[in-house]
Design a protein around this ligand. Structure first.
Ligand SMILES: NC(=O)c1ccc[n+]([C@@H]2O[C@H](COP(=O)([O-])OP(=O)(O)OC[C@H]3O[C@@H](n4cnc5c(N)ncnc54)[C@H](OP(=O)(O)O)[C@@H]3O)[C@@H](O)[C@H]2O)c1
Length: 303
């Protein structure tokens, strides 16, 4: 598995990371034994970065079970505080995460989203910095912050990484946020690279997601809008075929074409999904292939 430095003078991490939201049950029920073997298969395949969060239902405790037998020492473990960003809220969330994960520290602790309207960014970032000083986390980071918000947070406590959404149909970080990170030496681990399944090529327009799957509530996964994304998928499938890879691999390799993207976090529900996407780390798309993709993506549905 290839690695990249996460941020300037940061740790080397695998270019593909395991996103642990699906094993928490957020995209449909996943059997606990399957979840554990999914995590271990990812680490055995060379994935070092694992990403979870306070809000990911049973994800942290399942990860805690998967990381026994020496697996913890083989990975860079990232989690997030997800709801209450007051100093007490952050400290409580950290202690609960450490307990659920069965570890005495994590490698990266992230603020899940921008909520400075409720919790002043100064106290949020100061508390994150204190946790780093105390050794509860090696690095701190933010998630879903834009450049202006990152700039404010960085002014309080220089942080190491950003976790934005990024995929073929969500490219909002390209003009400003990625260049901002590059300039500051902030690393990027990007989430939802498969657009939560829209870019896997396996769904048909009449697919209905079960109630317990978050996608049952997302407009992108319903009716005409979903059908339009499936049509886009048909065109992407042709490119994947010509490149000689799966659509999932194409979507990941496309994110990795950006040098400022250090790690692509991909969710998985089974060892076979992991095995399918790991080869994407070695795919380099040519300038012609990227230009063809850009042309197709210019016609992507607008939400
Ligand atoms: N910071 C944030 O706010 C935020 C938000 C979202 C995600 N994240 C992080 O980013 C990670 C990735 O995002 P995500 O998991 O939401 O979505 P994603 O990676 O875009 O999609 C994951 C889903 O795609 C399907 N899939 C995966 N591999 C596949 C394969 N080889 N073949 C076919 N289908 C495959 C699986 O669902 P099905 O089989 O059911 O289709 C899987 O649950 C998360 O797990 C989480 O760690 C962070």
């Amino acid at each position: 598995m290839k690695t990249r430095e996460l941020g300037r003078q940061g740790p080397e991490v695998s270019v593909i990371g395991l996103g642990a939201w699906p094993i928490g049950g957020g995209m449909g029920v996943v059997d606990a034994a399957v979840a554990i073997s999914t995590v271990r298969s990812a680490i055995d395949a060379g994935i070092t970065l694992l990403d979870t969060a306070q809000a990911y239902r049973t994800s942290e405790s399942t990860l805690g079970r998967a990381l026994g037998d020496g697996y913890r020492d083989r990975c860079f473990l990232a989690t997030k505080v997800s709801s209450d960003y007051s100093p007490t809220g952050i400290r409580t969330a950290m202690d609960n995460s450490l307990r659920a994960l069965g570890v005495d520290h994590v490698d990266l602790y992230q603020v899940h989203s921008w909520r400075a309207d409720v919790y002043p960014i100064e106290s949020t970032m100061e508390t994150m910095a204190r946790l780093q000083e105390e050794g509860k986390t090696r690095f701190i980071g933010v998630s879903n912050f834009n450049a202006e918000q990152m700039s404010q947070a960085y002014g309080v406590a220089p942080f190491h990484s950003s976790q934005p959404r990024y995929n073929m149909i969500d490219r909002h970080i390209e003009p400003t946020d990625l260049p901002f990170c590059e300039q500051r030496g902030i690393g990027n681990l990007v989430h939802s690279p498969l657009a939560k399944g829209l870019l896997t090529g396996k769904y048909r327009a009449d697919h209905v997601f079960p109630d317990e799957d978050e996608r049952s509530g997302f407009p992108r996964f319903q009716g005409k809008q979903f059908a339009a994304y499936m049509q886009l998928g048909d065109r992407l499938r042709e490119v994947a075929h010509d490149v000689g890879c799966t659509m999932v691999q194409l979507a990941i390799a496309w994110c990795l074409r950006q040098p400022a993207v250090n790690c692509v976090l991909v969710g998985a529900k089974s060892p076979s999904q992991v095995a399918d996407y790991v080869p994407a780390a070695d795919i380099e798309l040519s300038a012609d292939e990227l230009a063809r993709l850009d042309q197709i993506l210019a016609g992507a549905p607008v939400d």
